[in-house]
Design a protein around this ligand. Structure first.
Ligand code: SF4
Ligand code: SF4
Length: 148
């Protein structure tokens, strides 16, 4: 058995679910977070943390399509690189600077690119960094990496 995330998660601003997961099995999906069905250990601690009732056990009625959706996006093997407080926590998300600092982002850039390379992601999606000052150089580097 696994827990899964449904469409209620779209545009959620809280990630309390991710914080409590003991096995780190939340991934960034298309518009929602998703749970990897093979990594979830069925502990259920995330379910009550979700403020919009988006997390359910797959044993609930009508969950088949959501299990498929969670599997599809958790296995897509795509890394997301972002910036700032609003960028979601997830196993495949890499935040250059939670504080929204371009200096910190520049300092973290190569460390994060190394982590992404090590984990062999198929592709990288980028939430654009403010394209000013140091941000221009960071965006250039990220765009080159995402095209490889
Ligand atoms: S708390 Fe609920 S709505 Fe928010 S990210 Fe987690 S699953 Fe989605
Ligand atoms: S049920 Fe447990 S293991 Fe599964 S996603 Fe929720 S917190 Fe993680």
């Amino acid at each position: 058995m696994t827990y899964i995330v449904d469409e209620n998660c779209i545009k959620c601003k809280t990630m309390d679910c991710v914080e409590v997961c003991p096995v780190d099995c939340f991934y960034e999906g298309e518009n929602t977070l998703v749970i990897h069905p093979d990594e979830c250990i069925d502990c259920g601690v995330c379910e009550p943390e979700c403020p919009v009732d988006a997390i359910h056990p797959d044993s609930d009625d009508g969950m088949e399509k959501w299990v498929e959706m969670n599997r599809k996006y958790s296995e897509k093997n795509q890394a997301f690189v972002g910036f700032g407080k609003k960028f979601k926590l997830a196993k495949n998300n890499f935040n250059l600077s939670k504080n929204g600092s371009l200096k910190e982002a520049a300092n973290n850039l190569y460390k994060i690119m190394r982590k992404i390379k090590k984990r062999n992601f198929k592709s990288i999606a980028i939430a654009q960094i403010p394209n000013i000052g140091l941000g221009r150089a960071i965006n250039d580097r990220l765009i080159k990496a995402s095209n490889k």
